[in-house]
Design a protein around this ligand. Structure first.
Ligand code: PMM
Length: 283
């Protein structure tokens, strides 16, 4: 058997989650202190994260909003400290004002869970600064998003709505090469919707833009793994299930995964890369 010389594609990106919030569903309250937050970002980078995603507003279902000044004060020094250490930092925000402050502090990616819908100024900030923009599928703010979880066909509808967001971004002058799309698991989605989107992730990849998959510790995994009495698996015990979903996302051609457990994900990525290398070489 002869080995082929197919070039290796870029390895999937690992986006490590750093929520500088008191109330995020998984790590809320753990990294509110500046030194703790920077230390955790550095640790995730050492474990293999390619991007550190810093967020100052919880987006868990039902969460109340904070004002922009509070959001900026939570994230901006942390972003600056991580960027100064040479790390690629993304800012998880739906507000142009927060994105601009974080980009000023060194962020190179805007992770916008509203896909540009929440703030009409976001596209301008992204276009003017030339940063990468993650457009997530979104239908409304966390307080009331679960009542918006109605679809004719969730895969087709989410794809179409994301394509609209991409179109709007391009019309605003954002370069196509800067865009990443994300089906937005858990955002106006039931567990059943999340499973369908995960199982059809390759269809999102086929749209031609890099795809981010963000399942980490989400409640549909807790429901799947409920015990015999129906008690949902707690957030801290969903890591193995998260890793399984990440490997499935790599198989589907995802550009990256957004996770809490970077070390475990880096091991899973190494396994997947070794497998992919053998397949490419047709050994
Ligand atoms: N989920 C959360 C926050 N930010 N960003 C993207 N791009 N995709 C997501 O699915 C997403 C996100 C909520 O989870 P967290 O509280 O663990 O950060």
């Amino acid at each position: 058997m002869t080995a082929s010389h197919e070039p290796a594609p870029a390895p999937p990106q690992i986006v490590g989650i750093l929520n500088v919030t008191p109330d995020s569903f998984s790590d809320g309250g753990r990294y509110l202190d500046f030194a703790d937050a920077v230390g955790h970002g550095e640790q995730m980078a050492a474990e293999g994260a390619d991007i550190i995603d810093v967020g100052g507003e919880s987006t868990r279902p039902g969460a109340e909003r904070v004002d922009a000044a509070t959001e900026i004060s939570r994230v901006v020094d942390v972003v600056a400290a991580l960027a100064e250490r040479g790390l690629t930092v993304s800012i998880d925000t739906t507000r142009a004002e927060v994105a601009a402050a974080a980009i000023g502090a060194g962020a190179g990616v805007v992770n916008d869970v509203s896909g540009g819908l929440a703030d009409p100024d976001m596209a301008r900030v992204v276009a003017d600064t030339g940063v990468r923009w993650i457009l997530m599928h979104w239908r409304g703010h966390s307080r009331d998003m679960q009542r918006l979880a109605h679809y004719d066909s969730v895969v087709a509808d989410v794809k179409a709505e994301l394509e609209d967001r991409v179109e709007a971004a391009l019309e605003s002058g954002v370069d196509a090469s800067k865009l990443v799309i994300d089906p937005g698991l858990g955002f106006a989605k039931t567990a059943d919707h999340n499973w369908r989107l995960s199982a059809h992730l390759h269809e999102f990849v086929e749209l031609g833009y890099p795809v981010l998959f963000a399942s980490s510790r989400k409640s549909y995994l807790g429901s799947l793994l409920a015990d015999d009495s129906g008690k949902v698996r707690p957030v801290g015990q969903r890591e193995a299930a998260t890793l399984a979903t990440s490997v499935l996302a790599f198989e589907a051609g995802a550009w990256g995964v957004r996770v809490h457990d970077v070390a475990g994900t880096a091991d899973a990525r190494a396994v997947w890369l070794a497998t992919a290398a053998v397949r490419r070489a047709r050994l």
